[in-house]
Ligand binder design. Structure first.
Ligand code: F6P
Ligand code: MG
Length: 452
């Protein structure tokens, strides 16, 4: 697919893409090295063979970091077991022909997806680390440090859902609550570990203030807000399903479950929710199939995991477990999925933008057409929806979606953490550029974009 505009690239030294390749990615690789080192060190019964296996992964990761720092060419990925490797390697050949195949010249989106696939290849090719998620500890630690918000939301959710009869019609109270739920879920995306490489866990709590007042304040920070159009469309829907293309594990996934729980129990808009996770460790904090049941276990065992007993949290976890058992909540990829197995969901971990879904994964488009609404969570999904293009910010969301527009009803809930942005009014752009020059990347502003 040829785009009408170029894609974000670190070639622009003023872009967030440049800062990201220069500073953030090396830090992410260093964290992976630390994780493997710790894993080796903590396994007191490890054989010499296993220790060597870990050491070899560390060597590969160090080499990758070195190549990045020297702006060397992206080398072909060597992982015969991986579903998408040929897609990456073919694109590399193309980039070579146009001289854009090094770390600081390749399109940012491609290089970032490539980086996670290449990291995955080291584990996939190993003997002892094939199922290892190097980001798991970070995901769990951050979720643990979200305790205050987790407990607060659990209490409110239990009060809301307990004893309620699912309505068949909607009134103003459903509308108000639905808007609040959407916003809560939107700001759940503010905590993303790939951006938090330098923050400590105290900062996480500040990012998650979920009180009513905080929500009112944050409403003003949604600089493009299609919630009213969404409401017009969704309020007439009865039964059927809603899909979530997930972003981050831990706190964000928790807020996704809260919204999903609200939809199936307190609105008539759907009876079933399908969650789409990633299939390889991705952008540090993204949800892998088994992260979902593990989060539910963490709630059910809150006394151990959060080190504080709380009945609401435990009951919430038990209720969600039941929703999965009853098939009301479903993962599109089973939690028993072994990393490296092939799956229809592999599309999410290709370097493709989502407008390419119509050409590259038509069966996925057909699948999503069965949904009343497909909710795309987070920044990376937004970058992929808009092809990470250097669009004029007043370009319509529909134009940026290209051939994906109109295929199925879709909603993007995104806090702004990357250069790309579309759908803004001209006066909003002028105001933001003047008053908040970093509004595209600071994570403090958001866009809610809907396409029918
Ligand atoms: O911009 C930094 C970044 O790593 C992007 O590459 C990516 O789009 C985003 O953060 C991840 O954020 P999210 O978890 O919201 O998709
Ligand atoms: Mg993410």
């Amino acid at each position: 697919m040829t785009l009408p505009v170029p894609q974000t690239s670190p070639k622009d030294k003023n872009s967030f893409a440049f800062a990201s390749v220069a500073r953030r990615w090396p830090a992410i690789i260093t964290n992976v090295i630390d994780a493997v080192y710790q894993s080796n060190a903590l396994d007191k019964s490890a054989t010499a063979d296993k220790l060597d296996d870990g050491k070899f992964i560390i060597q590969c990761l160090s080499k990758l970091r070195h190549e990045m720092g020297r702006d060397q060419p992206l080398s072909p990925i060597d992982d015969q077991a991986a579903a998408n490797v040929n897609i990456y390697n073919d694109e590399l050949k193309h980039l070579e022909t146009i001289g854009d195949n090094t770390w600081f010249t390749a399109p940012w989106l491609f290089a970032e997806c490539y980086m996670y696939t290449r990291i995955r290849s080291y584990f996939s090719n190993s003997k002892y680390y094939q199922q290892y998620d190097p980001f798991k500890k970070q995901k769990d630690d951050t979720f643990r440090s979200s305790k205050v918000s987790v407990y607060q939301l659990a209490k409110a959710q239990q009060q809301l859902v307990k004893g309620i009869t699912k309505p068949t019609e909607v009134d103003e109270s459903v509308e108000i609550m639905f808007m609040e739920m959407l916003q809560m879920c939107l700001w759940g995306n503010a905590t993303d570990l790939s951006l938090l490489v330098d923050l400590d866990y105290g900062d996480v709590q500040k990012l998650q203030a979920v009180g009513k007042k905080a929500l009112e304040e944050s409403f003003k920070k949604i600089i493009k807000n299609d919630i009213p159009t969404l409401w017009n469309y969704l309020s007439s829907k009865r039964g059927g399903r809603i899909d979530f293309v997930l972003d981050n594990a831990g706190y964000e996934l928790y807020t996704d479950f809260i919204l999903a729980d609200y939809i199936v129990n307190c609105t008539p808009f759907a009876d079933e929710i399908v969650f789409h996770p990633k299939t390889i460790p991705w952008f540090v904090s993204d949800v892998l199939p088994k992260d979902a049941p593990e989060l539910i276990d963490q709630l059910i065992n809150a006394s151990d995991f959060f080190q504080e007993r709380n009945d609401d949290v435990v009951e919430l976890g038990q209720r969600w477990k039941k929703l999965f058992d009853q098939g009301i909540f479903k993962m599109s990829v089973l939690p028993t999925y072994q990393l490296g197995a092939q799956s229809n969901a592999d599309f999410w971990c290709t370097p493709y933008s989502y407008p390419q879904m119509t050409e590259k994964a038509p069966q996925l488009v057909q699948e999503l057409k069965q949904s009343n609404l497909v909710i795309f969570k987070g920044d990376l999904n937004y970058r992929k929806l808009t092809s990470d293009g250097i669009w004029d910010p007043t370009t319509s969301f529909q134009e940026a979606l290209g051939p994906l527009s109109g295929q199925f009803p879709l909603l993007s809930l995104r806090t702004n953490k990357a250069d790309v942005i579309v759908g803004l009014d001209k006066d909003v752009v002028e105001k933001m550029e003047k008053e908040y020059p970093d509004y595209r990347i600071s994570g403090k502003f958001a866009v809610v974009s809907f396409d029918k």
